[in-house]
Design a protein around this ligand. Structure first.
Ligand code: ADP
Ligand code: MG
Length: 593
């Protein structure tokens, strides 16, 4: 006798339901997404006993016809895609046609729905996949779904549900993920007759404040900095928390194409942008919205997965990190400078006022320009280097920086071989020379690594670098990246490398020390991502090469350094988070005198 047979739909649906509907929160997520897909502008969610006895979603969307509402509860029934190609151009939240089938397999469901063009609506009752009742009814345009006694027919699953407190927290979590990215829709969430959230339509910022403004100790309205950047690959916008509002309970959200996502790697990019600004164990809140062409991300096929793969992950990592860093930098300089007073000849920080004026670091965009070749900072050992067209570099540097808005007649003064003092509109600006130079070098090195061009100096007599076995191993992995910045290495033996060329900016400094420093800092990060390695290489080199304290600078050298510094999008903090400059205001000076 044959023993294989097809499972009845009700059983198949119950099994499938386990995938999609694990708890009341997932039920709410699916229903609210359906309402959004139906074009609703007002969505009400009501729950009883944390959704265990009732989840109800009422929307003013387009509603369903009498036949469609019946169809909607069949498995793989969807109005949103018709063939596989549609999968790659999704504009809706749902597309699998599973949610309603899953919900009605494990609950008692009652729907009323009406389309604008219909006189009367339909009412449908389904218990555990069995249609109990369908009739016409009077109801408003839109859809009203009541899901009662979730898992009534699967006691094991019902028992598995957590206490109401926990399930309610899960519901709120799912709810936040939806409402934060749909501020154009009004939402309410009512739990056992208590209004938990009442969110009118508004902007993204207003929605964040509506949701978190009251409940959090954080002052969300004052504590957020706007970020945005548009590139060919991705557009990023949103808000990040000011460092001083960071805490142990941050709200951190990424969305891509209007969908919540989790992304530990991008999280790291954001955290890197904050490096040095946070107390230990404190993290900032952020709400970051990515827009990207759907072909360059992996469609989130699995119903409950929130991880998403990006084709150009590393590049986006860089863009994200730079975007956040820039926003934080702008905000950091802002409070200390008086923007509204008119320019005087010595109004140096005015350059930061108009973001349109402070162009991207043009200096670094010039492919022929190598910042490290200006002998002004490191005119060490030219006899050893092979730089033929120094004049060209110098001229490129001139033209690249000429239109940067640092007045020529600013006369900086060096103090204690450490600081550059500049009279400004509202007092005196003090710039740390080592940190300023390091910040400039870092930005240029990062750029070089992205673009893969660096000026090398060929060594007449290769230097030898002896390494331990594990360092040999690591060096092998770093070799390509080191070449990008100008270190050309060749393995000599199982314990040594020959250094054939070094980055021009290193001058006559011993290359061994810098390479060993790089190995150490790469090891210390413990992160084996290429972008993080690049960052560590650039950081270490910038730190090693930057002007040391005690180095006496001429006026043109100081002017050049300031020009390059203020051409950067972020110049108030070093890449590892130290303060580059500070303002001594007239008011403060007055207090002392
Ligand atoms: P999916 O959303 O993946 O298409 P669902 O099972 O969630 O699958 O829904 C099935 C279909 O039911 C949807 O494609 C849609 O046509 C219809 N539908 C569900 N909810 C609503 C709603 N609130 N308003 C209008 N139509 C809806
Ligand atoms: Mg759906």
């Amino acid at each position: 006798m044959d023993i294989i047979h097809l499972l009845p739909d009700s059983v198949a649906n119950q099994i499938a339901a386990g995938e999609v509907i694990q708890r009341p929160a997932s039920c709410i997520k699916e229903l609210v997404e359906n309402s959004l897909d139906a074009g609703a502008t007002t969505i009400q969610v009501l729950v009883r006993e944390a959704g265990k006895t009732l989840v109800q979603v009422i929307d003013d969307g387009k509603g369903m016809s009498e036949t469609d509402v019946r169809m909607a509860f069949e498995r793989h029934a969807t109005s949103k895609i018709s063939d596989a190609a549609d999968l790659f151009a999704l504009t809706t939240m749902g597309f699998r046609g599973e949610a309603l089938a899953a919900i009605c397999a494990v609950a008692q469901v009652e729907v009323t729905t009406r389309r604008a063009e219909d006189e009367v609506g339909s009412l449908l009752e389904i218990n555990g996949s069995e249609v109990a009742r369908q009739e016409i009814c009077q109801c408003p345009v839109g859809t009203n779904i009541r899901v009662k006694n979730l898992f009534f027919n699967t006691p094991a699953r019902r028992k598995y549900l957590k206490p109401n407190r926990t399930e309610l927290r899960n519901i709120l979590m799912e709810f936040y993920r939806v409402v934060l990215v749909n501020p154009q829709v009004a939402f309410t969430l009512v739990s056992d007759d208590e209004v938990l959230l009442d969110l009118p339509k508004g902007t993204h910022k207003q929605r964040i404040e509506q949701v978190f403004g009251k409940s959090q100790r954080n002052q969300f309205s004052a504590g957020l900095v706007e970020i945005h950047s548009d590139t060919d690959i991705v557009s990023i916008r949103g808000f990040v928390g000011k460092p001083e509002f960071a805490g142990k309970n941050p709200q951190q959200y990424f969305f891509v194409n209007n969908r919540f996502m989790r992304h530990p790697y991008f999280h790291k990019a954001v955290m890197t942008a904050y490096q040095g600004m946070l107390q230990p164990d404190h993290e900032p809140s952020y709400f970051i919205y990515f827009d990207i062409s759907p072909e360059s991300i992996d469609v989130n096929i699995h119903p409950t997965k929130t991880e998403i793969k990006f084709a150009e992950e590393q590049t986006i990592w860089q863009i994200l990190q730079a975007t956040v860093r820039e926003a934080l930098g702008k905000f950091h300089v802002a409070p200390s400078i008086d923007f509204d007073t008119p320019l005087t000849t010595l109004d140096l920080p005015q350059v930061t006022v108009d973001p349109g004026k402070v162009q991207q670091p043009r200096v670094a965009f010039n492919p022929n320009y190598n910042p490290f070749e200006q002998s002004t900072y490191s005119h060490s050992a030219p006899q050893k280097t092979a730089i033929q067209n120094w004049d060209k570099f110098y001229n490129d540097l001139r033209s690249a920086t000429d239109d940067l808005p640092v007045p020529e007649d600013v006369h900086p003064l060096q103090v204690s071989g450490r600081y550059i003092a500049v009279p400004v509109n509202d007092g005196l600006m003090l710039v740390d020379q080592h940190r300023a130079h390091m910040t400039v070098l870092f930005a240029q090195l990062e750029k070089q690594m992205l673009e893969g061009h660096a000026l090398r100096q060929q060594l007449l007599f290769p230097e030898v670098l002896e390494l331990s076995a594990d360092d040999m191993q690591l060096m092998r992995q770093l070799q390509d990246q080191l070449l990008d910045v100008g270190f050309e290495l060749e393995q000599l033996s199982s314990t040594a490398y020959a250094i054939n060329s070094t980055p021009a900016l290193l001058g006559s400094d011993a290359p061994q020390r810098c390479l060993l420093d790089i190995l150490t800092s790469v090891k210390q990060t413990g992160v084996s991502a290429k972008t993080e390695w690049n960052r560590q290489i650039a950081l270490t080199m910038a730190r090693d090469v930057a002007l040391s304290y005690g180095k006496i600078l001429s006026e043109p050298e100081m002017q050049d350094l300031l020009k390059q510094l203020f051409a950067l999008p972020v110049y108030t903090k070093t890449p590892d988070g130290k303060t580059v400059l500070t303002n001594l205001t007239n008011a403060e000076i007055e207090k002392r005198l």
